[in-house]
Design a protein around this ligand. Structure first.
Ligand code: GDP
Length: 332
C-alpha cells in the first residue's frame, strides 16, 4: 500500500541535451551544492532516479542527453505514465537549435499519449547573456516551439517558459512555479495564507519546503524578488543555527524541554521584521512585515501562525475536503 502511494506521487522529470545543466540544477536545488562546484560535476551518463525527501517526495530523473525517445524499445509508460511535469533544460549559451528540435519532437510525442503533462522549458545559463540578448533568445525559442506546435494542431499546449540560472534565485523561483502546479490544494493554501497575511499585516508570506527552499505557496500579491531572496537566506541562517544546537548534537544536550518547532524573527535596520515558523517536518512559513511596530504585535502574529499551522496540517491530512475557516484568527 505504501508503495502504491509512493508511485502515485507527482514526479518531475528533468531532460535536455548533455551539458545543458541538468545535474547542476538538481545538485544546487536539492542537494545544496554551491553553484561554482558544478563545474566539476560529471556529465550525466545514465538515468538517475533521485528521490527527494521533501514534503512531496517528488523525483528528479536526470536523463542522458542523447537518449532516443522514439526508439520502440523505450517504454513510454514507465517514464511518462505517472509524472507531473517534464522539465526540459536548454543551454541558452550554446547553439540551441538542436535542443529545440529535440524538444519539439518530444513534446509532440508526449502530448499524443499524455495530454495532461505540464511541459516546463528552462532557458538556462542566462547569467552569461546580456539583458537584451536574453529577451531575444527567449522570444526566439518560444516562437520556434509554438510555431511547431500550432502546425501540428496544438493551439493551447501546456508549455511554459522560464529564464534560469544556478547563480541566482531564478532556478528556485522557476521550480516553485513548476511544483505549485502539481499541488491540488494550492488555491486552498493561497486562501489561507491571504487571510493570515491580511490579519497579521504581512507584506509577503511564503510557505517554503525547507530542504529545497522552493516555495510551495504564497499569498497572492505580486512576488517581489528581493523579498523572496531575503526569506530564502533567512531559512539558511536558521537551518545552520538549528543544526549547531539540535537535539541530535553529540556534545551539547539541551537542558530540559524544548519547543518542537523552530520559531524565529529578526528586526532589520529599517525596523521591518522577518518572521519564520516551522510548520511540520518539511514546511516552514516565512513572512516579511514592513510595519515598524511589528515587534509589538509579535505575540498575536505567533498565535495566528499557530492557527494557520493547524489548518495547514488539516489540508494535507484530508486533501479532498476544505478546511474550516480561520475564524479564530484575530486581527492585529
Ligand atoms: P548535464 O550534462 O545536463 O547534467 O550538465 P551539467 O550539470 O554537468 O552542466 C554542464 C556545465 O554547465 C557545468 O560546467 C556547469 O557548471 C555549467 N552550468 C550549469 N548551470 C549553469 C548556469 O546556470 N550558468 C552557467 N554559467 N553555467 C552553468
Amino acid at each position: 500500500n505504501d508503495n502504491k502511494f509512493r508511485d502515485s506521487k507527482p514526479r518531475l522529470l528533468l531532460m535536455g541535451l548533455r551539458r545543458s545543466g541538468k545535474s547542476s540544477i538538481s545538485s544546487v536545488v536539492f542537494h545544496k551544492m554551491p553553484p561554482n562546484e558544478t563545474l566539476f560535476l560529471e556529465s550525466t551518463t545514465r538515468i538517475q532516479k533521485d528521490s527527494i525527501h521533501s514534503f512531496m517526495d517528488f523525483q528528479v530523473w536526470d536523463f542522458p542527453g542523447q537518449l532516443e525517445l522514439l526508439d520502440p524499445s523505450f517504454d513510454l509508460e514507465s517514464i511518462f505514465g505517472s509524472i507531473g511535469a517534464l522539465v526540459w533544460v536548454i543551454d541558452a549559451q550554446d547553439d540551441y537549435l538542436e535542443s529545440v528540435v529535440r524538444l519539439n519532437r518530444t513534446i509532440l510525442l508526449v502530448l499524443q499519449y499524455y495530454p495532461n503533462i505540464n511541459i516546463e522549458v528552462f532557458i538556462h545559463k542566462v547569467d552569461a547573456l546580456a539583458d537584451e540578448f536574453r529577451t531575444e533568445v527567449f522570444q526566439d525559442i518560444v516562437q520556434r516551439i509554438s510555431d511547431e506546435l500550432s502546425d501540428a494542431g496544438y493551439e493551447n499546449a501546456p508549455v511554459h517558459y522560464y529564464l534560469t540560472s544556478i547563480y541566482d534565485y531564478s532556478v528556485f523561483e522557476a521550480f516553485s512555479k513548476v511544483i505549485q502546479k502539481l499541488i491540488p490544494q494550492l488555491s486552498t493554501l493561497e486562501n489561507l495564507i491571504n487571510i493570515l497575511a491580511n490579519n497579521c499585516g504581512f507584506d509577503k508570506c511564503y510557505l517554503f519546503d525547507v530542504l529545497s527552499k522552493i516555495y510551495i505557496a504564497s499569498d497572492t500579491r505580486p512576488v517581489d524578488m528581493s523579498c523572496y531572496e531575503m526569506c530564502s537566506d533567512y531559512i539558511d541562517v536558521i537551518v545552520d543555527i538549528s543544526e549547531l544546537y539540535s537535539w541530535e548534537h553529540t556534545d551539547r544536550k539541551p537542558k530540559g524541554e524544548q519547543m518542537r518547532e523552530a520559531e524565529s524573527h529578526v528586526i532589520l535596520q529599517d525596523r521591518s521584521m522577518i518572521h519564520l515558523m516551522e510548520m511540520n517536518k518539511y514546511l516552514c512559513l516565512v513572512s516579511v512585515i514592513r510595519n515598524p511596530d511589528a515587534n509589538e504585535k509579535k505575540g498575536l502574529i505567533d498565535m495566528n501562525c499557530r492557527v494557520f499551522q493547524e489548518a495547514l496540517n488539516e489540508v494535507f491530512s484530508r486533501p479532498w475536503e476544505q478546511p474550516e475557516d480561520l475564524n479564530t484568527v484575530e486581527e492585529v
